[in-house]
Write a protein that binds this ligand. Structure first.
Ligand code: ADP
Length: 596
């Protein structure tokens, strides 16, 4: 054959795609320049040596002399252990090359021979000449083999050196091709994993994430389908099933998968059930047999079981299945699948925590709503009898005065009257508090705050009959527009200005009320130079019914509900309140609301 003619070449589709032209050339060089009729390349996949390309020969016989198609040879894998422990020790060491004479080669157990008879004077069709290809760690990565020397002779020692050079070149090409393939694979898998995380980071649920990335996972892992199941207590729920379905799993198979997933998460492993091997599945021989039946029935090559978990808990499982004829799982793929299991597990656990929290918030809200309704009902129920008591009290005072018994009865009646007035104030504040707690009672619209600040201040001035200290307002010319409930705003002003006036002695400096817009916020400041609030009290003043123990504050009438009402109203307006105060030098309350 002319050395420039390309040799016939058979390769598995997969190796054609990944190994490329350079490997073909390296194999051809071994044949043409090494003087062989045929050469083969095998690579190690997982724990098998898998032939992926054959150059120079097209027809083969099996060990019994029957013809076998090249596709069968390309599919024939030999366990690495068998190669290393049984075949290799039989070989003569020729440097890089290994030679096993036909009487030791144990054909027909090991392989096949070329159909053409080579009437070599020395070379026997069952002789084996090959090169184990190892990486720098010494791990077997592939095997190059040569057959049918064109001169029918065993290569003599002087030609072996040349042959070694070609073999070394072919080995390097093979290792580089494998490296490139691994790199491409890791890149493909890394892209799938990164996409998963980027969607997860957007706060989507695990169902949504899986729904969106399943197609990519299916492509990345070259699987026929996937199924994700979550464990909720003793319940198992299928979250997502994509492409080829597994159908309803028999209870024993489902429980093998459940048990195995828990165990796999503990051990930080993934499970593999393939037609020719089962790894890390926790089942009885009978159950595993039924698992095999399932693979056969569904035309599957393998199922990989990946636990989803976080911390100590296994929260579910995801199974990937490959159809018959699909490649075996590589270590990189299994590792990435495991990583994805961890990522999804973390997302699942965060999601569950979030749901539990939302549930707790819902319950608290329901409780809060119940409390508000109860307060409103009690206050309403008290209002009428109180009015009756007040009316009758006035009548009794009037009658007592007429009966000239006023001297004895009046103080008692007046004390009862003060008590009734106080109860009436509490009832009124309770009703305001209940309204402030009820989001449905708030009707927000775009308003200019200024008129409501003015009317609030006027209401206070009127109620206390012109406060001795006086109230100064500093209001802007421009409207300060906010999205708010006008009644709520007026209530805030009334309560804050009312307090400022109430807690400022009659000879004290005037209370000041100012309104301004700062950037995208409206700021209302109510400041007084009254009795002030101790730092200790400042942390409690917004709590319902809190009143300071300071005698100066106690001397003033109050319910301890005013600031709680302000706080509740602001909560419904996305606003906040801050206080700056010191005993003896006054208090400044700052209300901040988002401005429109
Ligand atoms: P009250 O009806 O008692 O005024 P509030 O909820 O309005 O109830 O206020 C709670 C407590 O905060 C008051 O009892 C008082 O001790 C203190 N306080 C509120 N505003 C002022 C102020 N401007 N100056 C001094 N103390 C104040």
């Amino acid at each position: 054959m002319d050395a420039t003619d390309p040799l016939p070449w058979s390769a598995s589709e997969w190796s054609e795609a990944t190994m490329g032209e350079s490997l073909r050339l390296a194999a051809e060089n071994l044949c043409t320049f090494g003087g062989f009729g045929a050469s083969g390349i095998a690579v190690v996949r997982e724990d098998h040596v898998v032939p992926i390309a054959i150059a120079g020969a097209e027809r083969f016989l099996d060990g019994h002399g029957d013809p076998i198609p090249v596709t069968d040879i390309l599919g024939q894998a030999m366990p690495v252990a068998l190669f290393e422990d049984t075949l290799l020790p039989l070989a003569e060491d020729w440097g890089l090359l290994r030679y096993i004479p036909h009487d030791r080669s144990q054909m027909p157990e090991f392989g096949w021979r070329l159909e053409a008879a080579y009437a070599g004077t020395e070379w026997h069709p069952d002789d084996l000449l090959f090169v184990p290809v190892r990486d720098e760690t010494g791990r077997l990565r592939g095997v190059l083999s040569m057959d049918a020397p064109t001169d029918g002779l065993l290569p003599p020692p002087d030609r072996r050196a040349l042959l070694e050079r070609y073999a070394a070149q072919a080995s390097r090409v093979l290792l580089t091709a494998l490296e490139r393939e691994e790199l491409a694979e890791r890149q493909r898998l890394a892209i799938a994993a990164r996409r998963l995380l980027s969607i997860g980071a957007a706060g989507a649920s695990v169902e949504e994430i899986l729904g969106r990335v399943s197609d990519e996972l299916i492509t990345a892992f070259q699987v026929a389908g996937l199924r994700a199941t979550v464990f909720e207590g003793d319940e198992r729920r299928v979250l997502v099933e994509k492409r080829q379905g597994l159908g309803e799993l028999a209870p024993d198979i489902a429980s093998v998968s459940y048990r195995s997933s828990k165990w796999l998460w503990d051990q930080q492993l993934v499970g593999l059930a393939a037609r020719d091997q089962v790894l890390n599945f926790d089942g009885s021989p009978d159950e595993l047999e039924r698992l095999h039946d399932l693979l056969r029935r569904l035309g599957l090559e393998s199922i990989v079981l990946v636990p989803l978990g976080a911390g100590d808990a296994c929260l579910g499982t995801i199974s990937f299945y490959r159809s018959q004829g699909a490649p075996r799982w590589t270590e990189a793929e299994l590792e990435t699948a495991q990583e994805i299991g961890r990522d999804l597990g973390r997302l699942l656990s965060t999601r569950r925590a979030l749901l539990a929290e939302q549930e707790a918030v819902r319950e608290l809200r329901a409780l809060d709503a119940y409390k508000s309704r109860l307060i409103a009902t009690v206050a309403h129920e008290l209002k009428n009898p109180l009015a009756a008591v007040r009316g009758n009290l006035d009548l009794a005072a009037h009658l007592a005065a007429e009966a000239a018994e006023a001297d004895g009865a009046r103080p008692a009646l007046e004390a009862v009257g003060r008590g009734v007035d106080r109860i009436a104030r509490i009832v009124d504040d309770l009703l305001l508090l209940a309204a402030a707690n009820d989001p449905n009672a708030v009707t927000r619209r775009r308003i200019d705050l200024t008129p409501y600040v003015v009317s609030g201040v006027e209401a206070v001035v009127e109620a206390v009959g012109r406060p001795a200290c006086g109230v100064l307002t500093d209001l802007p010319d421009e409207p300060v527009v906010v999205d708010a409930d006008p009644r709520g705003i007026e209530q805030i002003v009334v309560n804050l200005v009312g307090n400022a006036v109430k807690y400022t002695p009659p000879d004290g400096r005037p209370v000041s009320v100012s309104l301004r817009r700062h950037d995208d916020h409206a700021v209302l400041v109510v400041a007084d130079q009254g009795i002030g609030i101790s730092p200790e009290d400042q942390s409690h003043i917004f709590t319902e019914f809190f009143r300071s123990a300071d005698p100066a504050a106690r001397r003033q009438p109050g319910t301890g509900l005013g600031l709680a009402i302000v706080d509740r109203i602001l909560a419904h307006h996305d606003g906040r309140i801050e206080v700056d105060s010191a005993p003896g030098s006054g208090s400044t309350f700052r209300v901040v609301l988002p401005a429109g």
